[in-house]
Ligand binder design. Structure first.
Ligand code: MLT
Length: 229
């Protein structure tokens, strides 16, 4: 049975993938990411999760920051990656402005904790049309992250390298998924990745923002199921 290793984004936990457990016929590995210093460290952690379970190869599915980890894993451990699912993510590094924003967020988190970060990010995660219970679910997931993870992830994201040159070298089956209304990693990022990775398949989900796997779970799961078979 194929394994999908699900790597979550920021400021989130593995609970953000709960609806993907409905995808049948695969083994799901959904670790919660700890506070670590770099994307390379996160890639080592991800491989460690496979090692713990005696799994040689997996499809790496990365949501946003999880996608940045997928690129690090491809660089460090290409032999462990049998497929890629890149969800609402991008291959480029932060701009100087983006990096500045990360350090401002770190200061905020150090002083005020996770709450202001979660509140600032919530409107970007789901479309304005998302039902209140879904919004509450995402808020709860964000509020359950630790300050240590939030700060470490911000530092690691600010320092991550550009992965553009990696894309044309990718030889594993790749699915790129994006919410059509994603304001953080918009469809143009997904289109660029899908047109640069050989034979990648692009799926754009209507009426979804950054968390397309949550807001359009049925369509998202169908796209993954089709990709797996
Ligand atoms: C994420 O969802 O992991 C983050 O929004 C990614 C980012 O801030 O670059």
């Amino acid at each position: 049975m194929n394994t999908i290793l699900w790597l979550h984004g920021f400021p989130l936990t593995n609970a953000i993938f709960v609806k993907q457990l409905a995808i049948a016929g695969v083994e799901h590995v959904m670790p919660e990411l700890p506070p670590l210093e770099s994307m390379d460290d996160y890639a080592r952690f991800a491989i460690g999760q496979l090692d713990l379970r005696g799994i040689e190869k997996a499809t790496f599915a990365g949501l946003s920051m999880g996608g940045y980890i997928c690129f690090a894993a491809l660089r460090l451990f290409p032999e462990r990656v049998s497929g890629l699912i890149l969800v609402d993510t991008r291959e480029t590094a932060d701009t100087a402005d983006g990096r500045k924003g990360r350090f401002e967020m770190i200061e905020k988190a150090e002083k005020e904790g996770v709450a202001p970060i979660a509140e600032a990010m919530l409107p970007k995660m789901l479309t304005p049309a998302a039902p209140p219970e879904l919004r509450q679910f995402v808020r709860d997931v964000m509020m359950s992250t630790s300050r240590e993870f939030v700060i470490a992830a911000l530092r690691a994201m600010a320092a991550r390298p550009d992965s553009s040159s990696l894309l044309p070298t990718i030889r594993v089956p790749t699915l790129v998924v994006v919410g059509e209304e994603d304001p953080i990693t918009p469809p143009k990022d997904a289109e660029r990745m899908a047109s640069t990775i050989p034979n990648a398949k692009l799926v754009k989900l209507a009426r979804a923002a950054h968390l397309s796997n949550v807001e359009r779970a049925t369509e998202f799961n169908a796209a993954v199921t089709q990709f797996q078979t």
